[in-house]
Design a protein around this ligand. Structure first.
Ligand code: ATP
Length: 264
């Protein structure tokens, strides 16, 4: 069977796409010629065994690796519709981080109030009007399904919220910046099953507005919430497909071994 071009598998418009993308931590060649299409307003899951490069790929999308000397990108990550290469040195990483937000494994609210956490990005951008901030904070908290729980305690410290609430607050903080893409790095691994279910529901809702890329160790979660799945191994993208097809009829033996738990 001839190799299929991954982008042709996607039926929606592309929001982004990596092309012959490589990443190096100094001498460590962590990502190798990755061609990953990211469908607009869909959920794309990155799965694969520990150390295969999922987080490295995710973090490349908002130029997190720029913060460390010795790291090197090669190839392209095209962002559409502008069609810019977001890892080009000519592109400002700060601008990219405003357009592409990230939610981490462990909730990481700032040591500030609930209100300030959500308003932070807007304030950094110079928005000072209290009425605009209030409106945007409410909208983002509603979008993150947290408004009803916190509307009477917006001036409480964010640390007083439960773990699941803190993670929804971090999602609200990401939403408040009106991002085009949200990157989720194992967002439920520190949460109990109920909080996990509410984050999964939330992801299904916010994908109506925002493109989502998510790293997960949990294959059931990938199968439940994603539209497309990319299976990675040793820095390579082994197989990309529609989630309903990849989990039922994987084309590659490595993918099949991984999803059936026979990996070793
Ligand atoms: N800061 C770093 N410096 C050097 N090598 C790194 C660094 N971070 C990750 N690596 C290496 O890059 C490779 C990919 O790591 P990465 O964290 O992206 O994998 P992962 O699939 O997300 O793993 P996990 O599921 O365990 O989080 C691994 O070999 C890892 O050891």
């Amino acid at each position: 069977m001839s190799e299929q071009n991954n982008a042709t598998i996607v039926s929606e418009p592309l929001k982004a796409e990596t092309r012959k993308f490589n990443f190096y931590y100094g001498d460590n060649h962590a990502l190798k010629n990755v061609d990953l299409p990211v469908a607009e307003r869909m959920v794309t899951a990155l799965i694969g065994p520990s150390g295969c490069g999922k987080s490295t790929l995710l973090r490349s999308f908002n130029r997190m690796h720029d913060l460390y000397p010795g790291n090197r990108y090669e190839g392209e990550i095209r962002l559409y519709p502008d069609d810019v290469n977001l890892v080009s040195p000519a592109v400002d990483p700060i601008e990219i981080r405003m357009r592409i937000s990230m939610v981490f494994q462990k909730p990481n609210p700032f040591p500030k109030t609930i209100f300030e956490n959500v308003a932070y990005g807007l304030m950094v951008r110079g928005e000072k009007r209290r009425s605009v901030l209030e409106e945007k904070v409410e909208e983002a908290l509603r979008g993150a399904a947290l408004w009803e729980e916190v509307k009477d305690r917006l001036d409480d410290l964010a640390f007083n919220l439960s773990g699941g609430q803190q993670q929804r607050l971090c999602i609200a903080r990401a939403l408040a910046a009106d991002p085009e893409i949200i990157l989720f790095d194992e967002p439920t691994s520190a949460l109990d099953p109920i909080a996990t279910a509410s984050i999964e529901e939330l992801i299904a809702e916010i994908k109506e507005k925002v493109t989502i890329l998510i790293v997960t160790h949990n294959m059931q979660q990938a199968a439940r919430i994603s539209d497309y799945t990319a299976f990675m191994y040793l820095g390579e993208l082994v197989e990309f497909g529609r989630t309903d097809e990849l989990f039922v009829r994987p084309r590659k033996k490595q993918t099949e071994d991984y999803i059936t738990g026979r990996f070793g």
